[in-house]
Design a protein around this ligand. Structure first.
Ligand SMILES: [Zn+2]
Length: 343
């Protein structure tokens, strides 16, 4: 009996840790408007520890988004789509759709300005009395990151001016339908993972490249990533034709080529750069990725619980040329990547 009680108390912090990792400590979902599907989706809030935020955001992003800083006027770069194209500005911390390019206007203030958010659901407003002013703070509804402020001196039709730090936004161009898509996976040493996806060249996979993503260092080198200080994972970016191979089929390949139950490890390769991760590029991919993980866990497909990280894609830094198509170029069979069939 005593053992059972101990086990119970031991399990509480373990479960809490697990929940934090899964970004859903309470289990309560929130409604967020998804501009790709045009629907309101129930999603888990993104909750991270300060250490995790420091690890995933750049120093400047952390200062502004998590410590409510403000970038100096006219210093932020806010990309705009090519002529005739459109796009969405998303939260740089969690990927939530925030503002449409169409609703951006030139305010002359030195900060990106919008007269309307994608949806009132996707932002949260909060009274801000700091600096001796009476302002309304704008936060991301999903991750709580500070974005900027909203003022009542904007243009018609809303009369509002959402004054947002450029560094808190990432731009996502609305893709043409029928075009190719990308997917990013991490499943241990990227030489073998790339090789596995290259088996589907001509069957829907158009190209692959290996690189580093999911961390904070810009343009990292292989040595820096190997030192575990960048937070990046060795990853593979797969360009594919969704009319020939679906994202769900790519997920099946991903799950079949590694052991997603070992934290920060694949076989003999140990370190966070070898972690199992899916970096989704849109809400559709996120939904499929989470769904497939839940399904495999429920089916008990693997011996242990799946620890695969599912996060919004950040900048993908291509690895050095000698890492690209490593096995193809050398005509050798994958050695560092061991497909895990032990289930
Ligand atoms: Zn966010």
């Amino acid at each position: 009996m005593r053992l059972k009680i101990y086990t119970f108390f031991l399990l509480i912090p373990l479960c809490l840790g697990w929940a934090m990792r899964e970004n859903n400590p309470s289990g309560a979902k929130i409604p967020i408007f998804d501009s790709t599907s045009g629907k309101i989706e129930e999603v888990e809030p993104v909750i991270k520890s300060e250490a995790e935020w420091r690890n995933t955001l750049t120093e400047a992003q952390y200062r502004i988004m998590r410590q409510k800083g403000t970038e100096a006027a006219f210093t932020g770069s806010c990309p705009i789509p090519p002529k005739g194209k459109s796009g969405i500005y998303q939260c740089a911390a969690c990927g939530t759709d925030l503002f449409r390019y169409e609703n951006k206007f030139e305010s002359g203030t030195g900060w990106p300005s919008f007269w309307e958010p994608v949806s009132g659901l996707n932002i949260r407003l909060k009274e801000d009395k700091t600096l001796g002013m009476q302002r309304t703070e704008v936060l991301c509804a999903r991750c709580g990151s500070h974005l900027g402020h909203v003022f009542e001196d904007g243009p018609e039709p809303s009369g509002k001016r959402y004054c947002i730090n450029a560094i808190a936004l990432k731009f996502s161009q609305i893709p043409d339908v029928s075009k190719t898509e990308k997917a990013i996976f991490a499943a241990g040493c990227f030489w073998g993972v790339e090789e596995a996806f290259r088996q589907y060249l001509g069957k829907g996979v158009i190209s692959t490249r290996v690189g580093y993503t999911g961390g904070k260092t810009q343009n990292p080198s292989y040595e820096e990533v190997s030192s575990h200080k960048t937070g990046h994972a060795e990853a593979v970016e797969v360009e594919y034709d969704p009319s020939k191979i679906s994202y769900e089929e790519l997920l099946d390949i991903f799950w079949s080529i590694h052991d997603p139950t070992t934290l920060d490890r694949q076989g003999p390769d140990i370190g966070s750069q070898y972690r199992s991760a899916i970096f989704y590029l849109n809400p559709r991919q996120e939904k499929s990725a989470r769904g497939s993980k839940e399904k495999l866990n429920a089916q008990g497909e693997f011996k242990g619980r799946i620890v695969t990280e599912i996060s919004p894609a950040q900048e993908f830094y291509p690895a050095e040329p000698y890492h690209q198509q490593y096995f193809d170029k050398r005509g050798i069979k994958p050695a560092c990547h061991l497909p895990q069939k032990e289930r």
